[in-house]
Write a protein of this length. Structure first.
Length: 310
């Protein structure tokens, strides 16, 4: 039988078969041996083949080739990756400029990873109802920055419903991964899109101005207009995985574009003479925050270890 993995609970996978039935499956032990250095070799969004054994237990015995996936370094095991979801049409990265603040470093790491695996990203700025004038000005600055680079941005208040209808339109006919820090209102937003779901939402820890994890496993939900939302647990940091130092600049579209003018074709844009990228930063064609994120990722590679600091 063939089916689509719609939920992963760590030890079991819920698969919706092509016939429309739901089957709880395990994975065969030998999956771990196929050179998949991942904490979860099967991901939500995967198309799989399943077989039943004599006792009637269903096993996933094959994963079909993925169109794409989005991956981050597993936070506890730096040598392993964690696949957030597979076969995506787009990502909705939910961010907040406060309560809690999403750093541009986190946004840029997420965008670079999505570029590496060819997943288009939209950025949703949530909690617009909660910001003061300075925060709204900062938010507009970020929207200006990211739309100029080519990332569609949306202003939303999941609480008041502002902007939610536009997001609903964007979801039609597509498989969309929702991601973001804990506490940015991702579950509240999904509830606003699909009120019948009533996903658990968590309070913000006022002590740290950080979110508390509420979603514990990735799950896929159908949305009106023949689309799907994949809800993932909130992520604290985004450790990039398997990127070579000379590749990182390719995943920042504006840096990649300008780097054609560098004197050396293997320029790392740090200290080489004739670097077009550094010149573009000085002339404000490339934003300082993006350049800082790029350098941050280079350092991350050099240290070769997971940095929880960002």
């Amino acid at each position: 039988m063939r089916g689509l993995v719609i939920k992963n609970t760590g030890s079991w996978y819920l698969v919706k078969t092509d016939e429309g039935t739901y089957v709880e499956c395990k994975i065969k032990g030998n999956f771990r041996l196929k050179g998949i250095r991942s904490t979860n070799p099967v991901a939500v969004g995967d198309y799989v083949q399943i077989i039943l054994n004599q006792e009637g237990t269903a096993f996933i015995n094959e994963i079909e080739d993925r169109k794409n996936y989005i991956i981050r370094r597993s936070s506890n095991l730096s040598k392993q990756s964690h696949i957030l979801a597979a076969n995506l049409d787009q990502c909705m990265l939910v961010v907040t400029v406060n309560y809690p603040e999403t750093s541009t470093t986190f946004i840029d790491r997420f965008l670079a990873s999505a570029e590496a695996y060819r997943v288009p990203v939209n950025i949703i700025f949530n909690k617009t109802d909660a910001y003061d004038e300075d925060e709204l000005r900062y938010l507009d600055g970020l929207i200006n920055l990211y739309t100029t680079i080519g990332y569609p941005c949306f202003k939303v208040s999941a609480k008041t419903g502002e902007g939610v209808d536009i997001i609903k339109e964007e979801l039609k006919g597509r498989i969309t991964l929702f991601s973001g820090h804990s506490g940015v209102g991702k579950s509240t937003l999904i509830n606003a899109i699909l009120p019948e779901l009533d996903i658990k939402t968590g309070a913000i820890s006022t002590y740290h101005n950080k979110g508390m994890h509420t979603t514990t496993f990735s799950e896929m939900f159908p949305v009106p207009g023949d689309g799907y939302i994949i809800d993932t647990p909130g992520i604290k940091g985004f450790g990039t995985f398997d990127m070579e130092e000379e590749e990182i600049g390719h995943y920042f579209p504006e840096i990649f574009k300008v780097s054609a003018g560098c004197r050396y074709n293997n320029c790392t844009h740090r200290h080489e003479p004739g670097c077009a990228v550094r010149e573009a930063v000085e002339q404000h064609y490339i934003s300082e925050s993006r350049y800082a994120s790029y350098l941050n990722m280079l350092e991350d590679k050099e240290e070769g270890k997971y940095r929880a600091a960002y």
